[in-house]
Design a protein. Structure first.
Ligand SMILES: C[S@@+](CC[C@H](N)C(=O)[O-])C[C@H]1O[C@@H](n2cnc3c(N)ncnc32)[C@H](O)[C@@H]1O
Length: 387
């Protein structure tokens, strides 16, 4: 059985996420092949539909997952109960003539009519049905979504097994009770990807710059136990409130989490003791990147900002040294700032000793970045491991 995964907007990050999650399920990352800019194909005897769905539902970087349909006639022979609801989507790199949808949908409808089965179809406005169209019409339960997967040389059909629950990501993004628009918040999908980049299926994650708690929120949903801290007591309260909201809204249950105030540059003995007594498996965080920037920064400003970032990062590393020598993962966002003479960032090797391995290149050929259009700050994601 061959499966397809439709990538989200940040291809390098999504690829790294899937490779790492596969490894945590003992599935070789070599089973992942690029089919097109939007589609990865997976051929692995270790996968089945249920496992594929389970894995997909953890991910932040993917839009759809499904099975490749090798024989369309045999696929259509499947028995359905009641009226069949089906839809069509095109996932390819070139322009698609949407009239082709109409003729294919009519052929399929006729096929069902000839078999005495009534059917109804839903077509996309442009190329792809959105998650709401697929979910609200119970397409995957009462029928199917057939995807036309295309690259420059070939075309395949795919049957969707799951589609990303975009409503729940948006709910957490926009409806959580505490927000900090000034400091900025990560998109929940990126926070989700970062948690997955740890390669852990369970364990304790610490976010030492929790802000309003986007990373702790996604981490608790994925089933990790969480420590969240911040210099600012208001941020600590905001994270608390947002996690309680998750619980009240059915996103989480039975999760251990603790929030506390901590200036990472001045840890007290009491905090170090607490951290020492918790077996932290990974630290996942977005560093403080200075005040929001709306126009290009000067080289000197960039140097000052980067030096502040460096001090914070070195403080985290120092605390991790102090609290124990065991294996630990670090998933960190380090900023680049846009200046008139180009982007400026930190040299990672000047900060981390050789005990820390940078794993980015093992999982993605591209740099792992997340950036809003026209933004002055680019977020670079690093996957590190202290062995
Ligand atoms: C970019 S924000 C994190 C936002 C968070 N990822 C979110 O999505 O809500 C950085 C956070 O670092 C905190 N911070 C700044 N300096 C700190 C320090 N010395 N120790 C700990 N936290 C600090 C700020 O209060 C801020 O909440």
């Amino acid at each position: 059985m061959q499966y397809f995964f439709q990538l989200g907007n940040f291809k390098g990050l999504s690829q790294a996420e899937l490779s790492i999650v596969f490894e945590s399920y003992n599935i070789s990352k070599d089973s992942i092949k690029n089919f097109s800019e939007k589609i990865l194909l997976i051929d692995s005897k270790d996968l089945n539909d249920n496992l594929v769905k389970r894995i997909f539902n953890r991910l932040g970087g993917y839009i759809r997952v499904g099975r490749v349909v090798n024989d369309l006639e045999r696929f259509l022979e499947k028995e359905y109960e009641g009226k069949v609801v089906f839809g069509l989507s095109y996932i390819g790199d070139s322009k698609f003539d949407i009239n082709k949808f109409n003729s294919l949908a009519k052929q399929l409808k006729k096929y069902f009519r000839d078999k005495g089965v009534s059917s109804r179809f839903i077509l996309p406005k442009k190329t792809e049905l959105n998650a709401a169209q697929v979910r609200k019409n119970l397409m995957l339960e009462k029928g199917f979504e057939l995807c036309i997967l295309e690259n420059q040389d070939s075309q395949l059909y795919g049957e969707t097994l799951e589609i990303q629950d975009i409503d729940s990501f948006s709910d957490r993004d926009y409806n959580k009770p505490s927000v900090d628009t000034e400091m900025g918040m990560l998109p929940p999908k990126l926070a989700r990807i970062m948690c997955n980049l740890t390669g852990l299926q369970s364990g304790v994650i610490w976010d030492p710059f929790c802000g309003s708690g986007t990373i702790p929120m996604e981490a608790t949903i994925l089933g990790y136990n969480v420590l969240a801290s911040d210099l600012n007591i208001e941020a600590v309260k905001a994270t608390d409130k947002n996690i309680v909201w998750l619980s009240n809204n059915g996103y989480i249950s039975d999760i251990l989490y603790e929030t506390f105030q901590l200036d990472i540059t001045k840890p007290t003995g009491e905090v170090l003791k607490k951290l020492k007594h918790t077996q932290i498996d990974a630290v996942v965080f977005e560093l403080y990147m200075g005040p929001p920037q709306t126009k290009l920064v000067t080289e000197t400003q960039a140097d000052t900002l980067l030096n502040d970032v460096k001090v914070l990062l070195e403080s985290v590393i120092k605390i991790l040294e102090e609290i124990g020598k065991r294996k630990i993962k670090m998933i960190v966002i380090i900023p680049s700032y846009k200046t008139e003479s180009g982007w400026k960032t930190l040299r990672i090797r000047e900060i981390f000793s050789k005990r820390w391995y940078v794993l980015n290149k093992e999982y993605s050929k591209e740099d792992l970045k997340w950036k809003r259009n026209n933004s002055i700050i680019c977020r670079n994601i690093f996957i590190l491991e202290r062995k």
